[in-house]
Design a protein around this ligand. Structure first.
Ligand code: ATP
Length: 294
């Protein structure tokens, strides 16, 4: 079997590619670091179409003293809108306001086509709103350059997707380890962190396995380990149990509960009432607007 090679590309180039290349651009910084923003590169798998895991060099925007003194909500949306051009234009989100505090666990529900993924892409700094403001950790993201947005994304946001997006030709350990490749952290320590993350999700017994031989639930656990290895400020999950049966889903949801109990902030998009019921807060998107449903 051909061993995949990786190439480094700029974030802009990666963003021009498939979503997974970009959103898998994970960074390893456990939190804000002093200093400016470093150049951003990500890894994509040569000749591969899915599952590229990447890591960004990880300087992220440093917090000012005021921010440290008064922690801002992790996420704050103020009158946010997203319109896609067309004839007529498609107003997917209108005047959406939302505050997600540190430690919140929020699910986003709503009918198909309502704009849930659109919202998640904006929260993940993969897309920009056409109106309104999005503050991440109190930092207004609207006027940030793509490089700054990529660095923020790499340092503060973890992603989990319905279809896992693991590198098929890399071991479980490598899939998690690669997420920290350009973190500046020495390899030995990166390995320790990867091992700890995999232990955290109950996957220590499958370190050398390749993703194709794992069960769906196991793959999602590895994806969660990859998402949390950099200690993100928020975990964004898009239908994380969409490809899992109910028993396996329950295991992943238990894992989310544990991560939440450890203080992680979670925003989870779901169609599934069982998933939604696990969260402390539920918001619903319909007809372009978002409202709290308890
Ligand atoms: N880049 C785009 N350009 C034009 N229209 C888009 C774009 N992205 C999404 N849309 C449209 O915006 C609407 C909302 O899409 P979105 O994927 O956010 O819905 P969703 O609530 O996640 O749906 P589902 O539950 O079916 O996944 C849809 O009508 C979709 O076709």
């Amino acid at each position: 079997m051909r061993k995949p090679r990786f190439r480094r590309v700029t974030a802009a180039a990666a963003e021009a590619g498939v979503l997974v290349d970009e959103v898998a651009a994970r960074a390893a910084a456990p939190g804000p670091t002093a200093g400016g923003l470093g150049p951003l590169e990500v890894l994509v798998e040569d000749g591969g179409s899915t599952g590229a895991v990447a890591a960004a060099p990880v300087d992220v925007v440093a917090l000012g003293p005021e921010e440290r003194a008064t922690p801002a909500p992790v996420i704050e949306l103020r009158g946010l809108g997203r319109t896609f051009p067309g004839d007529p234009p498609l107003h997917v989100l209108r005047d959406v306001s939302l505050v997600v505090e540190r430690g919140d666990y929020v699910t986003v529900v709503g009918p198909s086509g309502a704009g849930k993924s659109t919202l998640l892409h904006i929260l993940g700094l993969l897309d920009r709103p056409t109106s309104g403001d999005y503050l991440l950790d109190g930092l207004a993201t609207r006027d940030l350059s793509e490089q700054d947005r990529s660095a923020l994304r790499g340092g503060r946001i973890g992603f989990v997707f319905q279809s896992f997006h693991l590198l098929p030709h890399r071991s479980v350990l490598d899939n998690v380890l690669l997420a920290t490749l350009y973190s500046g952290v020495p390899r030995t320590e990166r390995r320790e962190r990867a091992l700890a993350a995999l232990e955290r999700v109950g996957m220590s017994h499958r370190l050398d396995f390749m993703p194709p031989v794992l069960s769906g639930g196991e793959r999602q656990r590895v994806a969660v380990a990859r998402a949390v290895i950099a200690s993100p400020h928020v975990l964004l999950a898009d239908e994380p149990t969409g490809n899992l049966d109910s028993a396996t889903s329950a295991g992943v949801l238990d894992l989310f509960d544990e991560l939440h109990a450890d203080g992680l902030t979670l925003v989870v998009i779901t169609h599934d009432a069982t998933v939604s019921a696990r969260a402390r807060r539920r918001v619903r998107i319909a007809d372009g607007t978002l409202r709290e449903v308890g």
